[in-house]
Design a protein around this ligand. Structure first.
Ligand code: FES
Length: 132
């Protein structure tokens, strides 16, 4: 005999799952598309060598693995979509379940994420970094 569930119980369960996700800080189903070409990603001098910073309003993380080499990645974690919020010790860190990604190529260095952060093409124009 299979169990039966009332419609109300199922809806209540769905609401509980959504509330749990909200409380955990996880956000789901945002896109990781690059901003439009030409969008400014800031000044080269604002990105520390061997580190980077998160542009929350654009959902982009910009890194400088080596002096003069800049990279841009989606700031939305590939695990469950939280925004990464820190770059430290050569890694991009997600606050939700502590996945870590390499600043060189966005690859996963520590799970639970199992997919890299998507990379965005950029160019440097003078001292400004822009989306290519
Ligand atoms: S959303 Fe789970 S580690 Fe980033």
């Amino acid at each position: 005999m299979s169990p039966t569930y009332s419609r109300r119980a199922v809806l209540a369960g769905t609401g509980a799952a959504a509330a749990a996700a909200a409380l955990s800080g996880c956000e789901v189903a945002r896109t990781a598309d690059a901003p439009p070409s030409g969008t400014s990603l800031g000044r080269t001098g604002d990105v520390p060598v061997g580190g980077g910073h998160v542009l929350s309003d654009l959902d982009v993380v910009v890194t400088q693995p080596e002096a003069g080499t800049f990279k841009a990645f989606s700031a939305l974690c590939t695990h469950r979509g939280c925004r990464v919020d820190e770059v430290s010790d050569g890694e991009i860190v997600c606050p939700c379940h502590v996945s870590r990604f390499a600043i060189t190529d966005g690859s996963v260095t520590f799970g639970p994420a199992d997919q890299p952060l998507p990379a965005f093409k950029l160019k440097v124009s003078g001292d400004e970094i822009v989306v290519a």
